[in-house]
Design a protein around this ligand. Structure first.
Ligand code: PLP
Length: 402
């Protein structure tokens, strides 16, 4: 066996990608599989974004740009942070990367030393703990419960902070749970942070435009500008503008951290794709009114899926308040009718629906008041109502067949 680095050996491949690849493979063999495993909107990229990218190509914008993004792109990102998230910033405190994922990767790689602890609310987005482990940090799970809408309280946060805590990773609206933190939640969390000045906060707001609460999006850097010197807010166009493949993420935070991220980026990928940057400028500066329609479409799909899931014996889910996922508790079935959540996901795949097992998201750290262990699976409802209805029929049959 060729030797791999110790850092690489500490991490596991992305299980969401693995499940999506498996579904694609089965489909190529002629199987009828509905994929609810992938985290991307099923809408077309807005036409004005596509036009802006064509124009950039025709104008010959195929050269290197500044490592952290063009001046126009940084201005557009600053506009987005101010207009959509309420964060007071300027282009010198903004950086652009190849997807929100790369911004998170670079920020953590630039700041974590061995022994540094990173608090991650569980269930979590699959990449957070892997990036932390790759950087040499220690993952400190902060379990949440469905009864609380998968939000943690200030007291629960306080209990896991130590002098070694380097970061708290926040994600609202959250993947995989749809948890949305309110302004009151965040104000209480900020008071804990006031007592622990060694803690940096990553606020991953990539799903910000997709909330169904009716309340405006709440985020730490907007509510508490005095914490701006230790909050990195990450956003992007992947989810909000259906631009997942174009790989543009944006971040705003303290100048020292933005500089550090760009230093690392100058040696990893260099600048994000020039054509994609032109598209993202159009995305942020162009009309945003289509978002209201997308949100309404997602809200209808959410109603459909939540009602169907909660009517299936053995399955339950709280109503996700944002993003486009349901985190489904199947613990009454597990250990009884099926060995574990991985086996359940494979059983559902056999019945024609691709989902991702809860264990991929750190679900094993979580407990449900009703059932004890929380285990089950995540579905994405970024699919048509017809597909979702068919998928729910298949899940119902699959569970009955256990
Ligand atoms: N953060 C969360 C919570 C996500 O779910 C995702 C994508 O799945 C990302 C960040 C990364 O998005 P991007 O495609 O812009 O890298």
């Amino acid at each position: 066996e060729p030797r791999l680095s110790a850092a690489l050996q500490r991490i596991a491949p992305s299980q969401t990608t693995a499940m999506t690849d498996r579904a694609t493979e089965l489909r190529a063999q002629g199987r009828d599989i509905i994929s609810l495993s992938v985290g991307e909107p099923d809408f077309d990229t807005p036409a004005h974004v596509v036009e802006a990218m064509k124009a950039a190509l025709d104008a010959g914008q195929t050269r290197y740009t500044p490592v952290g993004g063009t001046a126009a792109m940084k201005r557009a990102a600053a506009l987005h942070f101010e207009r959509d998230l309420g964060i007071d910033t300027d282009p010198s405190h903004v950086t652009i990367s190849a997807g929100g994922k790369q911004a998170i990767f670079h920020a953590l790689m630039a700041t974590i030393d061995p022994g540094d602890e990173v608090v991650i609310p569980a269930p979590w987005w699959v990449s957070y703990p892997e990036i932390v482990r790759f950087a040499g940090g220690t993952v400190v799970p902060l379990p949440t419960r469905p009864e609380n809408g998968f939000r943690f309280s200030a007291a629960e946060l306080e209990a896991v902070i130590t002098p070694r805590t380097r970061w708290l990773l926040m994600n609202s609206p959250a993947n995989p749970t749809g948890a949305v933190f309110t302004a009151e939640d965040l104000t209480a969390i900020a008071e804990v942070l006031d007592r622990h000045p060694q803690v940096l906060v990553m606020s991953d707001d990539i799903y910000a435009p997709l909330t169904y609460t009716g309340a405006p999006h709440a985020t730490l850097a907007a509510l508490r500008p005095d914490l701006a010197d230790r909050v990195l807010t990450v956003s992007g166009v992947s989810k909000s503008h259906a631009m997942t493949g174009l790989r543009i993420g944006v971040a705003t935070g303290p100048a020292w951290l933005i500089r550090a991220m760009e230093k690392l980026q100058s040696h990893s990928s260099g600048n994000p794709c020039s054509i994609s940057q032109a598209g993202a400028v159009a995305a942020f500066e162009g009309p945003q009114d289509f978002l209201a329609d997308w949100r309404e479409t997602f809200r209808r799909r959410r109603e459909l899926v939540v009602a169907r899931i909660n009517a299936i014996p053995g399955l339950s889910t709280p109503v996700p308040q944002g993003a486009f996922y349901c985190f489904i508790d199947a613990s009454p079935l597990i250990g009884d009718k099926v060995a574990d959540d991985g086996a359940l996901a494979l059983h559902l795949l056999e019945h024609g629906v691709a989902v991702v097992a809860a264990s991929a998201f750190g679900g094993t750290h979580c407990v449900s008041e009703q059932t004890g262990d929380l285990t089950g699976f995540r579905i994405s409802f970024a699919a048509s109502e017809a597909q979702l209805t068919e998928a729910m029929d298949r899940i119902e049959k699959a569970v009955a067949a256990l």
